[in-house]
Design a protein around this ligand. Sequence first.
Ligand SMILES: Nc1ncnc2c1ncn2[C@@H]1O[C@H](COP(=O)(O)OP(=O)(O)OP(=O)(O)O)[C@@H](O)[C@H]1O
Ligand SMILES: [Mg+2]
Length: 352
Amino acid sequence: MASASFQNVTKRFPEGEIAVKDMSLEVKDGEFLIVLGPSGCGKSTALRMLAGAEDVTEGVIKIGETVVNNVPSRNRDVAMVFQTYALYPHMSVFDNMAFSLRLQGVDQADIARRVNRAAEIVGLGPFLKRLPRQLSGGEQQRVALGRAIVRDPQLFLFDEPLSSLDANLRGHMRVELQKIHRALGATFLYVTHDQVEAMTLGDRIAVMNDGVLQQVAPPSVMYEHPANMFVAGFIGTPAMNLIPVAVSGKTAKGSALQIELPREPRLTAGVLGIRPEALHEDASRGEPTIDVQVNQAEMLGRDQLLYGTVGDNAIVARVDPHVKISLGERVQLGIDMESIHLFDAKTGQAVL
Ligand SMILES: Nc1ncnc2c1ncn2[C@@H]1O[C@H](COP(=O)(O)OP(=O)(O)OP(=O)(O)O)[C@@H](O)[C@H]1O
Ligand SMILES: [Mg+2]
C-alpha cells in the first residue's frame, strides 16, 4: 500500500495544450479518492502521469516517499483499470488474470494461489475456465479488476471503469468496488465524470475543471460547502440554482427577488446559490420567500421537481410530492436560509 502525491504538477502537450495546471494533490494510504470533472478537464492525463504512461512537464510526482518522475511505469508498482478492459479474447478468465504473473516468471503454484484469491475477491470463482465472450459486461470488468488485483500493487488507478456498463450493473459494481477496496485495504485513485459515482464511492473527491484542481473534500462537504461556483454547479442533480444579485449591506437583490443574508459579505456583485431542496412549499415558516412561476413539474415519487422562473432567472425546486400545482401557476416557496450560498460574481469563489 502507498500514498501518492502530485506537487505543482503541470502537463503541457507538445502542441502547446495545457492539460493539467499546477496540480497539488495528496492521495492518502488506503484512501478511495475520486477525481471528478467534465470531459477534457485533464483527469486521465493526471492519472496517466501517476501511472508513468505520460511524462510530467513540471512538478513532482511521488509514490510513498519516492519521486517517480523518472521511474518507468513497470517499476512503479501501480495497476491501472480502464474503461475498455481489453481482455485477451482467446484466453480463459484464469489465463487473462495469470498473464502478467507469467510474464514476471512467477511460479505455477504461486500463480494459481494469487489468481484464485483475486477471483474470490471479485466473485469470479466459478468463471475461471470461461472465455471473455462468455461473460457479461460486468463480469468482464471484474476480470479486468482481478487482473489488477493479482499483481498486488501498491496503488490502483481506475479510469472510468464502469462507464461502458448499463445503469443497473454500474450500481451493482459500485457496491462491489467498495467491498473490494475494503477487502484489499489498498489505495484507490478513481477517475470519473459521473458525480453519482463520485459521491457514492469516494472517501474524498477532487474536482477538476479545465486542468485546474478546484476543491478536494469528502462528498458531503463538497455538497454542502462548495468552494466556488463551478463545484456548486457541477455537484448535485438538478444543479444548484445560481442567481445573480446586487449586494448592499446584508441585502441581496435580484430579478424579482430580495433577501436578507445571514451576514454582510464584502462585495457588491454576487451570485446567490440555492439548491433545489433548499426551496420548500411551506412559505409560512417566517423565512424569506420567492414567487416562482411554474412551467413544468416532474414527479419523482419521493419528491417532485418544479421548474419555473423567478423574474429573469430559471429555477428548480424539489418539493413535497403531494403539493398540487397547475402549470403556469405562481407559487410562493420558502428558502431554507441555513443552506444558501453566495459567490463572488467576479472570482466565482464562495463568500458565504
Ligand atoms: N496526447 C495528447 N496530445 C495532445 N493533447 C492531449 C493529449 N491527450 C489529451 N490531450 C488534451 O488534454 C486535455 C485533457 O485530456 P484528458 O484526456 O486528460 O481529459 P479527461 O478529463 O480524461 O476527459 P474525458 O472525461 O473525456 O476522458 C484535453 O483537452 C485533451 O484534448
Ligand atoms: Mg479521460
